[in-house]
Each structure stands twice: as structure tokens, then as C-alpha cells.
Ligand binder design. Structure first.
Ligand SMILES: Nc1nc2c(c(=O)[nH]1)N=C([C@H](O)[C@@H](O)CO)CN2
Length: 117
């Protein structure tokens, strides 16, 4: 299976468990892997036959920033669900990192893999 991917998508949003986090914006960084078949798009050189990463980036950003969320796990599940529902992909890998969360660490995050049922 082929892959369309988006690396290091930066999204500033209200995210966090604690009260002090609910009044500020913090950065999330996402890596997205969408399993798909790009052969028809390549053979016809036609964007309509593949997954448009620009469209996907915009929809993911809109979904995450639509309302405050507490857990990055929730972000990952919502993004995976939306991608599987709205785009022609049978399997997605979603990594959500929150680089500012633990100052002693380069970054922290969660990674999930979900398939269309
Ligand atoms: N597994 C998780 N652990 C933690 C989360 C999270 O979303 N998933 N969130 C927090 C706080 O919001 C933290 O980022 C504040 O610095 C703590 N642990």
C-alpha cells in the first residue's frame, strides 16, 4: 500500500488538563500517515484521484482548533476518525506531540494506528 504523509504539522490551540492551560494556546505537532493507492493519480496526473495533503492539513487544523480539548489522546482519536471517515484511506497513523509540556524532554506525545472497520 502507498502512503500520503504530512510531517510536523503545527497547530496552536487550547489543549490541556489543568486550569492554567485552558486560557492559553499551546503548540501541537502532528505527523500523519495515510495509507492509500496512488497509482491511478500518478497514471493520470490527476489530484482528484489522490489524497490532497493541503486539504487534509486544513481539515485537521480546523478540527483541532474548533473547541478546547484536554488530552492529546482525544486529539489523536478525533483526527484518526475524521481521516478514515472523510478521505479514501483504509489505515492511518496519527502522532500528536506537545513539545512544551515537559521542559526536561525534547517532546512528549501519543501515537495511534487506526483502520477502517
Ligand atoms: N498521556 C497524557 N498525559 C498528560 C497529558 C495528556 O494529554 N496525555 N496532558 C497533561 C497536561 O495537559 C500537561 O501537558 C501539562 O504540562 C499531562 N499529562
Amino acid at each position: 500500500m502507498d502512503i500520503v504523509f504530512i510531517k510536523q504539522l503545527q497547530v496552536d490551540t487550547v489543549i490541556g488538563v489543568y486550569d492554567w492551560e485552558k486560557t492559553i494556546q499551546q503548540r501541537l505537532v502532528l505527523d500523519l500517515v495515510l495509507h492509500t493507492d496512488v497509482r491511478a493519480a500518478a497514471a493520470n496526473d490527476d489530484i482528484r484521484l489522490t489524497l490532497d495533503y493541503a486539504v487534509i492539513a486544513g481539515k485537521v487544523t480546523a478540527l483541532i482548533t474548533a473547541q478546547p480539548i484536554e488530552l492529546i489522546e482525544t486529539v489523536a482519536e478525533r483526527v484518526a476518525g475524521m481521516l478514515l471517515t472523510e478521505f479514501a484511506t483504509s489505515k492511518v497513523d496519527v502522532t500528536v506531540t506537545k513539545p512544551g509540556a515537559v521542559p526536561q524532554a525534547q517532546t512528549v506525545g501519543v501515537q495511534i494506528v487506526r483502520s477502517r472497520s
